[in-house]
Write a protein that binds this ligand. Sequence first.
Ligand SMILES: [Zn+2]
Length: 173
Amino acid sequence: MRRRVAAAAKPNPAHIALAKLEQSLGDRLFLCTQNVDDLHEQAESKRIVHMHGELFKSRCDTCSRPPFSDTSTHDPPAEHPRCECGGGIRPHICWFGEVPFELDRIFRALDECTVFMAVGTSGVVEPAASFVAHVAGHARTIYVGEEQPANASAFTECHLGKAGEVLPRLFDV
Ligand SMILES: [Zn+2]
């Protein structure tokens, strides 16, 4: 169901503004998302870290076969798909209670950043909700989203509004 819904979604102006920002900043932009859809890819961002994984990839729950592209919706409900090794095939996403992906890389980027921006997140889901506190001593911290996040007091700037309207203005793209 999630794959069917995500397959019909299109990038919004915020995704496009972030892709344009990458075009001017190159690898000085570190784009980390909690989203599992591929809208950043569709907007042509090139370097994206999906800390909660990718909905359109699957992996085996048993062997070390790397995650692979998978758009199948198993519709109507089929038997649990199986790997050649006999293991179960599961979505390459981080379920509740599992450790997010690429945390080492993410914390290196947090340690090095000079400007930290959180976009459209509730500020509740850990560990992402604590990223702003991690960088507070060395980076300018900016929040963009429609509602005050739970961790609003940790940011030096809050820009409330639709990300698709605020980001193009902030980035001047
Ligand atoms: Zn396997």
